[in-house]
Design a protein around this ligand. Sequence first.
Ligand code: MEV
Length: 427
Amino acid sequence: MTSLRPSSRIGGFHKLSIPQRIDAVAAFASLGEDEKAHLLNTGNLSADVADHLIENVVGTMNIPVGVATNMKVDGIDRLIPMATEESSVVAAVCNAARQCYDNGGFITSMSGTLMIAQIQLTGVSDPEHARIRILERKTEIQSLCDECDPILVKLGGGFRDLEVRAIQTAGGTMVITHIVVDTRDAMGANAVNTMAEKLAPKISAWTGGQTNLRILSNLADRRLARARCVWRVADIGGEAVRDGMISAYHFADADPYRAATHNKGIMNGISAVVLATGNDTRAVEAGAHAYAARRGHYGSLTRWEITAEGDLAGSIEVPMAVGLVGGATKLHPTAKLALKILGVTSAEELARIIAAVGLAQNFSALKALATTGIQKGHMALHSQNIAMMAGAVGDEIDRVARVLVEKGTVRLDVAESELKKLRGVVA
Ligand code: MEV
């Protein structure tokens, strides 16, 4: 049977130039000249850099970068660049930070900058014996790992520890080796993956088993960023607000259905800074959610309590594998600017600020949910998106959005009819 749709088998697509690839995609998807021109406009990321960051590039995707104000972290005022398509996210951080600014803002710390790489070993009949044999080689393993990255060692990083476990799986007993490496200002994936690949054949030789996977773990639980903050009860609207927020936290920590949404809100803030700084959002997200399930039950990434003075104390502890060197962080001009705006000089400093942003985000979400509900503030901003979707431009956007909010119906059909009315009056 012949397909009416064009074929996706485009040989040598990766070897084409960006304009040639756009032509091929345009032929496939019947794109017009305007659409091709849109793809060709890569904005403030040069086509050349984009083409070297990933494969088969045909364009770029612009996401707004907003700056969260009012943040004070460890006594230092910071402006926080956040890349997100979701309305309310930046405003939420500004609001939370404003309400704790006079009380000192956020205090942060970090467990270290250690990453783990795993080596999977199968096919050993005596896994406990094999485990001990690998552990005996710690000094040799340290030299082998450090030789892979002398620059990292010079910068104070390198191999730190060796852990080996025999685990039971559906495929039999496996011996899993962890190398623990201080990756300093690098996120560290390349460094630890190289070491794991170098070490794997040795592990096979020492044990007689077969090594299979050699890859970092995104459960970066030796790289925990921590932030805490106290909001004075008088600054947040009183005891009823405080108690509502704590009850919301208890709900999240007990129920995975709620915890997923609660943590998603936290990640709204975290991922926006991770993205703005050119770091790997998926690595941080995977680490955060795995960490939230570490007790064998998926729960909250934050903790909320009442202080002896009756104020609201919030804290967060979350794996934060971010770096300042390597990849998009160094190549993307907007990421470089984001780091300059933040004024950070180490990956640790960045990670700690990001944890504070996650806590701020959670504060605002819980406060809104425990009081007026999320829709009031959200719809006020969302109404502008709806106005734009209806075709409003320039000052029409605010005018249509205002009417939608006043009417309490933030809907596309209402926006379209309001825009028609507005243009009728103007005409
Ligand atoms: C929306 O993106 C995030 C929230 O749902 C978070 C939460 O419910 O805690 C508001």
